[in-house]
Design a protein around this ligand. Structure first.
Ligand code: R5P
Length: 322
């Protein structure tokens, strides 16, 4: 793969959100990744890129993971620096895209924050965006540049297949995740799909309740799939509910492991047997060393995507597992 790339023609940059992922991607591409961020004493971010970008395609790898606002700021400053350095093309590679869950006007007098962020990225000079498992795909329409979205299943499905789980039912903790659950069920040859009904309190941040389901999980090994775990409320409530409905075991497959608030405490719940996440977000040691959690890398997926983009080849052909 990497041997055929003309490494003279492109440059990799990363911020401080997940430099290890960027290094892993760079190593697969046999490229160097530049880390141009430092700080001024007052907390302002400073970007200084050490190599010429003139007429080069610049790939900026930066999940906008916590601290999300700082990560976004680093990303748009790197894009601006690349633009003003006469890069021929700038691709924003955003393995976790923050604000994606604020993708619609769900009540009066609220912003569509995801659209605001996407427009900041494009207005700073990005020519294209690549995300992994964005919360909802219609966000690609927020801006007038190409926006490709790949799936975490590319990394998670091989790991899940290796577990050879019998009597498998794939479940979604809310109706928004049904297509994702159906995709996993197809790829893993599951016996069926189940859907848990989640009700969110729009007046209170991060609060939801689970009260009903569609499907049958009695005596089944359940794989609960979701795009992101934040406080853990959604997925743990769903796991507890499915267990009460007779599920034999419960595994979680979640692409973006954010683990905010008391999520680490919540996932200790005995209803949950194993948790599979990706390395889209840099993890602290308590997550890396947690015996329930297994982390699959998305570095090969992103390295291949960069390779295909750079060569002008289709990325949907081999990189979309669904
Ligand atoms: C919501 O629709 C998302 O797909 C996740 O289920 C949710 O945002 C996860 O957040 P938390 O872990 O805080 O419940």
């Amino acid at each position: 793969m990497a041997n055929k790339i003309n490494t003279e023609d492109y440059v990799l940059l990363t911020g401080r959100s997940n430099p290890q992922l960027a290094r892993d991607i760079a190593s697969l591409l046999k490229q160097e990744v530049h880390e141009p961020i430092s700080m001024f004493s007052d907390g302002e971010i400073r970007v200084r890129i050490p190599v010429s970008l003139r007429n080069k395609h610049v790939f900026i790898i930066q999940p906008t993971a916590p601290k999300v606002n700082a990560s976004i700021m680093e990303l748009i400053l790197m894009i601006d620096a690349a633009k003003r350095s006469s890069a021929s093309e700038i691709s924003a590679i955003i393995p976790y895209y923050a604000y994606a869950r604020q993708d619609r006007k769900e009540q009066p007098r609220v912003p569509i924050s995801s659209s605001v962020v996407a427009n900041m990225i494009v207005n700073s000079g990005a020519d294209q965006i690549l995300t992994i498992e964005i919360h909802s795909q219609q966000q690609q329409g927020f801006v007038q540049v190409p926006w490709d979205n790949l799936y975490g299943s590319y990394a998670l499905v091989p790991l899940l297949k290796s577990q050879k789980i019998k009597d498998l039912v794939v479940a979604s903790p809310d109706k928004g995740g049904l297509i994702q659950a159906t995709g996993y069920a197809k790829l893993l040859g599951a016996d069926g799909v189940a859907l848990v009904y989640k009700e969110r309190d729009v007046a209170v941040n991060d609060k939801s309740e689970t009260s009903a389901m569609i499907g049958n999980v009695k005596g089944k090994n359940v794989l609960l799939v979701d795009d992101v775990i934040s406080t853990g409320g959604t997925i743990v409530n769903a796991a507890v509910f499915l267990k009460s409905q007779g599920a034999k075991s419960i595994r979680l497959a979640i692409v973006h492991g954010m683990f905010t608030g008391d999520a680490v405490e919540k996932i200790k719940h005995p209803s949950i047997d194993e948790i599979y996440i990706t390395d889209s977000i840099a993890q602290r040691d308590e997550i890396k060393n947690n015996k329930k959690i297994k982390i699959a890398t998305i570095a090969p997926l992103i390295a291949k995507a960069i390779d295909h983009i750079q060569k002008g080849e289709s990325i949907s052909r081999d990189l979309i597992l669904r």
